[in-house]
Write a protein that binds this ligand. Structure first.
Ligand code: MFK
Length: 527
């Protein structure tokens, strides 16, 4: 008896196949820069759609392990990464997924190039973007600190393309007392007499990617006052030349809903040697550059996971026949996918706009107004794209019917991994409050935001598009003027700003490029 066989979804070269990324790069990169970066992106797209994706499916059931004791009773706290992650680390180093931003072959556009690499790399590596994000953030933080000894010691490792020399960095902030409220941290730093070295004592409760060679962490030098200002930013190396930890006990790995390849640990620091990075106070302020870079990675990862889900779903729609025709010929199915595609495209343009502004900020080519906008839009982008990723990946699973709910299709991990995006690096509510702070004077800040959004529409003649943006801006501004219970409305307000600027950027892109396939869909579904 002939048996029905269902062809599974397949991936092509993930760069060649990505109309959104390609049309964006064609708009923002000068022709010579585009031609220079294309080979690296096509190669990453080939890996992501081929070798890495196959390895990801084969690696599905593997997880990192912690071995606390050796056979002879010695404490070793050894972490073993899965084969996918071991390969991902090598590829990340060789292809400069962090380094590209710092080599600056293309000035401020190097950040866009690097984010495009990260976007292609992320969805085939089960969130290897986590250690890379922290590595990138630590590099930026050390460079900004001006601490030349630490820069000379660590940065060459963080941005090398040689896998043997490559280090990743951890970011240890969260303690039992404070996840979001970092200022409550209890870790104490005791200075060694007659030395610049401190010893750290405390518990870190949620330390991602514990296999890193170094970490930036917060601790309170003895005698400092409570709160974030009394904390200081410290640099530490996790192990000695023999692989022994520097007085760090790894108590256990977290049993998480998703990001299961990420070895996230609970730690006890019991006299861990550490160096001050910048002054002996204001740790929260001094670690902020790291937060802003990892929030950018959060957004890039959000759009990358959306894109992966949609690439698989669009491919499957052409293969899956039901009720007499492929799903790609069913108007309701196509409408559903287009709606998701519009969400993804809007999120994509906001995330990459932050990459553009970050690049300008890093090379000192940013205007005061754009620096203000970067500070405001970073939390807005993070919170908006993270919510979109959870929604889109959930819908992607549904677009496969029951297959989307079955583990060995490799689909459920998309939703599980997306669910971390609104949580880590600041929850939606924490970032909404940060948005209010970054806005500054609310009325004046809103006017500046309006100017930024409306400048995207210059030359747009479609009154319907312009009026949708204008009415969303008026809605937000009117709510601010009322001044009622600002804090309780902060999430709705921030999401309104996020979706408004996304729409404005989507329109700007469609006006500036040859492709306008989804513009009209975008307006309908974004509002
Ligand atoms: C896929 C890739 C994603 C990456 C994966 C990485 C995995 C790592 C997982 C994690 O580590 S998750 C844990 C992440 N934790 C957070 O993101 C903390 C969330 N909480 C906040 O962001 C709070 O708003 C904050 C801790 C900053 C509040 O702390 P405080 O002690 O109340 O500080 P305060 O007074 O708000 O800010 C202190 C200074 O920092 C102020 O400047 P001044 O001293 O000049 O007044 C702030 O303006 C400044 N500041 C705070 N956030 C800033 C910032 N400056 C610039 N940018 C920011 N984002």
């Amino acid at each position: 008896m002939a048996q029905f066989q269902q062809a599974p979804p397949a991936l092509k070269n993930q760069y060649d196949d990505d109309r959104v990324l390609r049309s964006y790069l064609a708009r923002v990169l000068p022709a010579d820069v585009l031609s220079d970066v294309q080979e690296s992106l096509a190669e990453m797209g080939r890996l992501a759609g081929g070798e890495l994706h196959e390895l990801q499916l084969a690696d599905r059931l593997n997880e990192p392990t912690l071995t606390q004791w050796d056979a002879w009773g010695n404490r070793i706290d050894k972490i073993e990464l899965t084969p996918l992650w071991q390969r991902a680390e090598r590829i990340a180093a060789e292809h400069g997924v962090v380094a590209t931003a710092y080599e600056q072959r293309h000035g401020n556009l190097s950040r866009v190039h690097q984010c495009a690499l990260a976007y292609l790399f992320t969805p085939s590596t089960d969130i290897y973007s986590c250690p890379l994000a922290m590595t990138d953030g630590a590099t930026r933080t050390l460079l900004n600190s001006g601490n030349q000894a630490l820069i000379d010691r660590a940065v060459p490792h963080l941005i090398t393309r040689d896998p043997k020399e490559f280090w990743t960095a951890g970011q240890w902030m969260t303690e039992l007392t404070g996840g979001s409220d970092v200022g409550l941290a209890e870790t104490i730093a005791k200075q060694e007499p007659g030395s610049n070295t401190f010893r750290l004592y405390g518990r870190k409760w949620f330390t991602s990617a514990i296999a890193s060679q170094m970490a930036l962490t917060l601790a309170r030098p003895e005698g400092n006052p409570p709160g974030g200002r009394g904390l200081a930013l410290f640099y530490l190396e996790t192990r000695d030349a023999h692989g022994r930890t520097h007085n760090i006990q790894i108590n256990r790995l977290k049993d998480k809903l998703g990001t299961r390849k990420v070895p996230t640990a609970e730690l006890t620091l019991d006299g861990t040697p550490a160096q001050l990075v910048k002054g002996s106070t204001d740790g929260v302020r001094n670690i902020a550059p790291l937060l802003n870079i990892t929030r950018l990675w959060n957004g890039i990862s959000a759009v990358a996971l959306m894109r992966r889900g949609l690439a698989l779903s669009f491919d499957y729609a052409s293969k899956r026949v039901a009720f007499g025709a492929p799903l790609s010929e069913k108007p309701l199915h196509v409408d559903t996918l287009k709606t998701l595609q519009a969400e993804f495209e809007a999120a994509f343009h906001l995330a990459f706009y932050i990459a553009e502004l970050t690049g300008k900020s890093e090379t000192g080519e940013i205007s005061d107004e754009d620096a203000w906008l970067l500070r405001l839009l970073t939390p807005i982008m993070k919170l908006t794209t993270a919510k979109q990723a959870v929604m889109v990946t959930s819908e992607v699973l549904e677009s496969f019917g029951g297959a989307g709910y079955v583990e060995d299709t490799g689909l459920p991990v998309l939703l599980r991994d997306s669910q971390v995006l609104p949580i880590w690096e600041g929850t939606t509510n924490v970032l909404a409050l940060d948005t209010l702070r970054a806005l500054g004077d609310a009325q004046e800040g809103m006017k500046r935001f309006e100017r930024a959004a409306m400048s995207c529409l210059e030359g747009v003649t479609d009154v319907r598009l312009v009026s949708v943006v204008r009415s969303a801006l008026n809605h937000a501004a009117t709510w601010l003027v009322k001044g009622e219970d600002i804090e309780s409305g902060a999430r709705r307000f921030s999401l309104t700003l996020g979706r408004t600027i996304e729409l404005a950027l989507l329109i700007k892109h469609e006006r500036g490029s040859s492709s306008n396939r989804f513009a009209s869909v975008g307006v309908d579904v974004i509002f």
